[in-house]
Design a protein around this ligand. Structure first.
Ligand code: PMP
Length: 407
């Protein structure tokens, strides 16, 4: 009989041969971290159980450790329960969800907001529910956007990273070719999608210029604020920092980074949210966000808005960037994510190992994640790092950089 199964061993071997196979750490090493192991940086155990300073977390404001956020999660678990128990449309809707959505609406300056069980689910559900004919997508957009475009079966037009001129020429070209192909471009629905802060390059999209292009061509704008939510004006993202609330039809983000929780959201008009409640399959056919996750995110958003925690993050970012640059490192981007460009992948690995020996953890990002010759160390300070932590990190880079010969 023909074998109609799947040769998974072969597939895994190929990954292994190409040096691309990923694995979770062996369980005994995870166990050594202890139950309350770090996702949060600071003097906490890391994978090999040694004490080290972590400059690698997306928990930018350090709020996973915050007593108020932890109490909110605990309180919701105790009063509402640990799980939603069903889809929001069935019996999984609670006041904890409504409170989070009300806060997100306020912060994002929209009519309404909707929580999803992850940022990934929010992107997938939203892009498919919109049913765009064409999506114009930044070349470095997150995988969940790429997957959303695929699942929506949209024509996807990729423009150069953070390049509004490239976007504009793609919009012009599509308008021209649609007319040449006998299609009426005015009949097509066009969606422009971009991350606001890009996680591997630390770049910030030129949102105002992208909005200009969108408006000129009648397209809708969708912005993924996963790495920005909670960090900018009033606890919002780059859309808030630049006052673009009325020009961006779809504001999306995750609760899992600065908001120290799990889940995703979309904020926009009444009609958009109503449409998602009906047509976003990752919302309709998935259990509601767990109440503790919703409560933790609400509390984190509150803290992000009403305390000095954001200022502390940005002070650390400025201190670390200045220190690295004055040593002679090239630091990319213009956000809280500080990619230290090394270039050669072997040097980058050696540098990451060198800082690790000095008890500082920051990951090397190398091909195929980034192009050959642009290997880098992704350094991410947090609001909870103190001055000594920043100095330890800088000293590790100085010593390891000299040792490896990249300084
Ligand atoms: N968008 C971007 C830009 C992201 O970086 C991520 C998470 N890595 C997501 C969406 C997905 O969010 P989540 O982790 O909540 O699924």
């Amino acid at each position: 009989m023909a074998d109609r199964g799947f040769d998974l061993e072969d597939r895994l071997e190929t990954l292994e041969d190409d040096d691309l196979k990923r694995s979770l750490s062996p369980v005994d090493r995870v166990a050594e971290r202890g139950y309350f192991a770090d996702p949060s940086g600071g003097d906490l155990p890391v994978l090999d159980s040694a004490e080290a300073l972590v400059f690698a977390s997306n928990n930018y404001l350090g709020l996973t450790d915050d007593q108020r956020v932890q109490d909110a999660a605990r309180g919701a678990a105790a009063t509402v329960g640990t799980g939603a128990g069903a889809s929001r449309l069935v019996t999984g809707d609670t006041l904890v969800h409504r409170d989070l959505e009300r806060l997100l609406t306020e912060v994002k300056g929209t009519d309404r907001a909707l929580a999803f069980s992850s940022g990934y689910a929010a992107n997938l559900g939203t892009i498919t529910a919109l049913e765009p004919d064409v999506v114009f997508s930044d070349e470095l957009n997150h995988a969940s956007i790429i997957d959303g475009c695929r699942l929506a079966d949209a024509d996807t037009v990729v423009y150069d990273h953070c390049d509004a001129a490239s976007l504009r020429s793609k919009l012009e070209e599509r308008a021209r070719t649609a007319a040449q192909d006998g299609r009426d471009p005015d009949e097509e629905s066009w969606l422009i999608v971009t991350d606001s802060v890009f996680s591997m390059d630390g770049t910030v999209a030129p949102l105002a210029a992208i909005c200009d292009a969108a408006e000129e061509f009648g397209a809708w704008m969708m912005v993924d604020e996963a790495h920005a939510t909670g960090l900018y004006a009033n606890g919002g993202g780059v859309v808030q920092a630049e006052g673009l609330e009325d020009r961006v039809q779809v504001q999306m983000g995750t609760l899992s980074k600065a908001l120290a929780s799990q889940g995703g959201y979309v904020a926009g008009s009444e009609a958009l949210i109503d449409c998602l409640i009906n047509d976003a399959r990752s919302f309709v056919f998935s259990t509601g966000l767990t109440p503790p996750a919703a409560a933790a995110a609400s509390e984190a958003l509150h803290v992000a808005r009403h305390s000095d925690v954001r200022d502390r993050l940005w002070e650390n970012v400025a201190h670390l960037r200045d220190g690295l640059e004055s040593m002679g490192f090239e630091v990319l981007g213009d956000s809280q994510i500080l990619p230290v460009l090394v270039g050669d992948r072997t040097d980058a690995i050696a540098l990451a190992d060198g800082i690790r020996e000095r008890e500082v953890v920051a990951p090397v990002i190398r091909p195929p994640t980034v192009p050959e010759g642009t290997s880098r160390i992704r350094v991410v300070p947090m609001a909870t790092h103190d001055q000594d932590d920043i100095i330890t990190c800088l000293e590790a880079f100085q010593a390891a950089g000299e040792e490896v010969g990249v300084l």
